[in-house]
Design a protein around this ligand. Structure first.
Ligand code: FAD
Ligand code: ZN
Length: 476
C-alpha cells in the first residue's frame, strides 16, 4: 500500500465529501449499520461512509482514494455471511455503499435482459421482471435486502440454481469502476461473445477485491405459469439424492428447487415462528422440499409430481409427505425452509459451514462430517440443510445443550477442521455460495492449491497493484 501523509488523507476526505454531495455523505453518528455485518461478527470503523448516486460519482470517489492511498470497501445490502462488506477496525478505509444506485436502466423483452444499477434490491429486480411477464430466477432468503451488486460480487446461489444456475450464469454484461477510478463499460447484451478473456467473470465472485460493480445486464427467462411443491420425509440423505434423479426424469426436468432439511432445522424454524404446526403428522429425521415449475399453464405437472412420489413411497424412498394444495401452503413450506437460518441465528452461537461436494457424495459427506464433529465435541447439534440438488449443504453447528459460548468458541477450529477434512476427502469446496470474505481467508490459504492461490494473487496485482480495493478479504 502507498504511504501517504495525514494531510493528504484529510484533503482527500474533504474532496470526497464534495464529490458525493450532502446526500451521499453519511455522518459518523449514522454510520453504525454500515459498519457491522449481518451476523454481528465484525464491528468495523471507517474514515468515511459514502453513498455515491451515480457511476460517475463512484468513479470520482475511487479515483480520489487511489490518489491518496485510501482503501475502499464496497457494500451492497450488507447481508453477506463472511464479513466481506465491512471495513477493518483501524478506521483507515472508506466504506462505499451502493444503496443509492437504484435505477433500473432498461428492460428489453426481446433481448430478455434487464439492465440494473448495482444497488437495486434483488426482490425489485424480480418484481420488474414479473411486471414484464418474465422471470429473474435468482432467489434466496435475503432477497428483500441484498442488492444485485452484492449478489454478483459473491456469485450468489440460492434456491433455483439447480434449474437456472448461480449468479455468474445470469449475467451478460457488467459496468465496473476499476481500482484506479477508470470506468469499464462492459454492459453488453450478447449471448455469444468470444473476443478473448471473459473479463466480467473475473469480477463476479471477486467479493469487491478487483473493482466496484456499478451496473449489470441480467438474463431473463419465461415466467412460470404453473408451480407445484411437496414437502416429504425421506429415510436418509441417500434416498433424497435418489429421489432427485427420479424427480428430474419423471417431471421432464421441471425441478427448480430441491432442498434437504434435517429435523434439527425444523425444530429451529418452529421455535423461531411460534404457532407454526409441525409440517407432517409425525417428526422425521430428514425432509425434502421439492418445487417444480412449468412455463406453460394447465399441464399435468401435479400428476407427474404425485406419480413420482407414489412410486418413491412404494420403493421406500419417501416415507411420508404433503403436496401443497394451494399457493398459501406452498409459501408456508418455503417460510419454514427460510426460517431455519434466522431461527438458528437467534438461538445463540453457531458455527456455519457452506460447503459443496458432488451431488452423489452428499450422503457420504453428511455421514462422515457428522461422525467427525461428534468425535470432536460430543453432543454438538448438527443442523444440515440446503441445496442438495447443487451438492451444497449448509452444515451448521450449535453447541451441546448447556455448553457456554466461550467453550464452544474454543471448540470451533477443531469442528471446522473436521468438516473441511471431510469435504476435502470427497473433492468438495469449503465455500459453495457465501464466499470467503474475511472469515474464511485462513481456511482458503490452508486448503486451496498453491498454484491456484498464486494465479489469484497475480490477477489481484494486475487489477489492483496498490492493494486498495477491499484489502484483507478473500486472499490471505
Ligand atoms: P454485501 O453483504 O453488501 O457484500 C458482499 C460482498 O460483496 C462484500 O465482499 C462486498 O465488498 C462485495 N460487494 C457488494 N457490493 C459490491 C459491488 N457493487 N461491487 C463490488 N463488490 C461488492 N447467499 C447465497 O448465495 N444463497 C443463499 O441462499 C443465501 N441465503 C441467505 C439468507 C439470509 C437470511 C442471509 C442473511 C444471507 C443469505 N445469503 C445467501 C448470503 C447473502 O445474502 C449473499 O451473499 C448476497 O449475495 C450478498 O448481497 P449483499 O448485497 O448483501 O452484499
Ligand atoms: Zn444457501
Amino acid at each position: 500500500m502507498t504511504l501517504v501523509d495525514t494531510d493528504t488523507r484529510q484533503a482527500a476526505l474533504a474532496r470526497l465529501r464534495e464529490a458525493v454531495g450532502p446526500k451521499g455523505w453519511v455522518e459518523a453518528a449514522d454510520a453504525g449499520t454500515y459498519l457491522t455485518d449481518w451476523r454481528g461478527l465484525y464491528h468495523g470503523r471507517a474514515a468515511a461512509v459514502v453513498r455515491p448516486g451515480s457511476t460517475a460519482e463512484v468513479a470520482a470517489v475511487v479515483r480520489l482514494c487511489h490518489e491518496a492511498g485510501i482503501a475502499v470497501v464496497p457494500q451492497g445490502g450488507n447481508t453477506g455471511l463472511v464479513g466481506g462488506s465491512v471495513p477493518h477496525e483501524d478506521g483507515a478505509e472508506i466504506l462505499l455503499s451502493t444503496d443509492r444506485l437504484t435505477r433500473i436502466r432498461d428492460l428489453d423483452p426481446l433481448d430478455n435482459t434487464v439492465t440494473v444499477e448495482a444497488g437495486v434490491v434483488l426482490q425489485q429486480v424480480q418484481e420488474a421482471a414479473a411486471e414484464a411477464d418474465r422471470l429473474f430466477p435468482l432467489s434466496m432468503g435475503a432477497e428483500g435486502s441484498c442488492r444485485i451488486g452484492g449478489n454478483l460480487a459473491t456469485n450468489a446461489g440460492g434456491n433455483a440454481v439447480l434449474r437456472y444456475g448461480n449468479a455468474r450464469e445470469l449475467v451478460l454484461g457488467l459496468e465496473v469502476v476499476l481500482p484506479d477510478g477508470q470506468v469499464w463499460d462492459g454492459l453488453r447484451r450478447l449471448r455469444k461473445d468470444n473476443t478473448g478473456y471473459d473479463l466480467k467473470q473475473l469480477f463476479i465472485g471477486a467479493e469487491g477485491t478487483l473493482g466496484v460493480i456499478t451496473a449489470a445486464v441480467l438474463r431473463l427467462f419465461p415466467r412460470p405459469r404453473q408451480r407445484e411443491a411437496a414437502l416429504v420425509a425421506v429415510p436418509d440423505p441417500a434416498a433424497a439424492v435418489a429421489l432427485l434423479a427420479r424427480m428430474r426424469a419423471g417431471s421432464g426436468d421441471a425441478v427448480t428447487a430441491f432442498e434437504l432439511i434435517q429435523r434439527q432445522g425444523i425444530d429451529f424454524a418452529l421455535a423461531h415462528v411460534p404457532g407454526t404446526p409441525d409440517p407432517l403428522e409425525a417428526p422425521y429425521d430428514w425432509y425434502v422440499l421439492v418445487e417444480l415449475t412449468s412455463p406453460v399453464a394447465g399441464t399435468d405437472l401435479r400428476d407427474k409430481l404425485e406419480a413420482v412420489l407414489e412410486e418413491a413411497f412404494e420403493t421406500e424412498l419417501v416415507v411420508d409427505g404433503a403436496v401443497a394444495a394451494s399457493d398459501t401452503q406452498m409459501q408456508a413450506f418455503w417460510a419454514l425452509r427460510e426460517a431455519i437460518v434466522e431461527g438458528q441465528a437467534r438461538l445463540g452461537p453457531q458455527v456455519k459451514h457452506d460447503v459443496s461436494v458432488p451431488v452423489s457424495r452428499v450422503p457420504a459427506f453428511l455421514e462422515q462430517a457428522a461422525a467427525a464433529v461428534a468425535a470432536a465435541l460430543p453432543g454438538v447439534r448438527v443442523n444440515a440443510f440446503g441445496h442438495v440438488g447443487d451438492g451444497n449443504i449448509h452444515f451448521n453447528l450449535s453447541p451441546p445443550e448447556g455448553l457456554d459460548a466461550a467453550a464452544f468458541a474454543v471448540a470451533e477450529p477443531g469442528l471446522t477442521g473436521a468438516v473441511y477434512d471431510a469435504v476435502a476427502a470427497l473433492d468438495g469446496s469449503i465455500s459453495a455460495e457465501h464466499g470467503i470474505g474475511r472469515l474464511k481467508r485462513g481456511d482458503l490459504a490452508a486448503r486451496k492449491a498453491p498454484l491456484e492461490l498464486d494465479l489469484m494473487r497475480r490477477i489481484k496485482r494486475a487489477f489492483d497493484p496498490d492493494g486498495l480495493m477491499n484489502p484483507g478479504k478473500v486472499l490471505p
